[in-house]
Design a binder for this molecule. Sequence first.
Ligand SMILES: NC(=O)c1ccc[n+]([C@@H]2O[C@H](COP(=O)([O-])OP(=O)(O)OC[C@H]3O[C@@H](n4cnc5c(N)ncnc54)[C@H](OP(=O)(O)O)[C@@H]3O)[C@@H](O)[C@H]2O)c1
Length: 343
Amino acid sequence: MRISKFAYTESVDPSAIPQRKLYTGSTMPSIGLGTFGSDRVSAAQVAEAVKGAAAAGYRHFDCASVYGNEKEIGASFQKILCSGIHRKNLWITSKLWNDKHGEHDVIASCRQSLADLRIDYLDLYLVHWPFPNYHPPNCAVTSRSPNAQPYIHENYMRTWRKMEELVDTGLVRHIGTSNMTIPKLKLLLRDARIRPAVNEMELHPHFQQPDLFRFLLDNDIHPIGYCPIGSPGRPERDRTHEDTAPTEDPVIVKIAQRHGIDPAVVCIKWAVQRGQTPIPFSVHHYRANIEGVAGDEALNGEEMRSIAAIDRNCRLIKGQVFLWKSGQTWEDLWDLNGRITPP
Ligand SMILES: NC(=O)c1ccc[n+]([C@@H]2O[C@H](COP(=O)([O-])OP(=O)(O)OC[C@H]3O[C@@H](n4cnc5c(N)ncnc54)[C@H](OP(=O)(O)O)[C@@H]3O)[C@@H](O)[C@H]2O)c1
């Protein structure tokens, strides 16, 4: 493993991290640090982890206004930039929250994230969810917005036109989607002037989404994978009895033992080798995760095939709060039969 010469503690050399080439020709580090502290980890702790992760060799950070910590992370970015790391060597993502889809809100919301993060452009700005349905932070999964709407493509395109304007004005280098489905993406690809560079989606060994994954690669949209470890720290309200934990899967545990690494690191190595970009959240283990990606010992073909075979189609982030009418189930959000669920 190559070690960086400029970090103040021993760390991975960022140039040892594989880069993803996007359709624009830009490159993005193939592992990022997630920054959603959920209910458990304070903004200050996440901001501290951002600084520590930069020292450990991370150059990619996955932020969002709704995580409620962009101001604190902005102070960390300022320190990171003062330490001699150039802005052009960082990849910073933020996301437009669901109550800001309105034509007059998109640019203002992006500007607010830029001000909070103390930077003057974003490398990537995502529409966080395709539904404009606001719900308060930390609400129960049964909570519904009285004004909840289904996916209405014309409205999504109005939001997307503003996202395109952000690229035109140089506030944002790339735009992308999150939590999309194949039929929704087909419409967006038909109508977009600036195509999405990435789609951020749940991806881990127990939820591999092979069809969407293939569709993205075929259309030159890069998959960024959230909950790459199976989100062991997610809030109680987001858990159901059917949920499984990829880090407890005997196949993952056995591979971890063989390599002498944590099962979580196997999940990260698998993600990078498969071709997605994992964004593991961590305030304690971020160093092990990036070392796993930079390490010389790759998972072999048989190990990769054995992980491909443990997909359980187990979606952990179901999105119930976005449902727009009574009598629906979370599956209605994900267009499972290949058509956008009718209003
Ligand atoms: N676009 C979207 O809609 C969306 C949705 C969900 C999440 N996200 C993004 O994806 C990121 C990651 O998702 P997530 O936080 O839900 O789940 P995750 O990354 O799968 O899991 C994070 C948890 O795993 C633990 N962990 C990390 N590395 C570990 C290791 N090597 N060994 C043991 N435990 C380890 C962390 O604990 P420690 O902190 O103690 O290390 C933390 O509790 C979020 O932070 C956010 O940026 C995006």
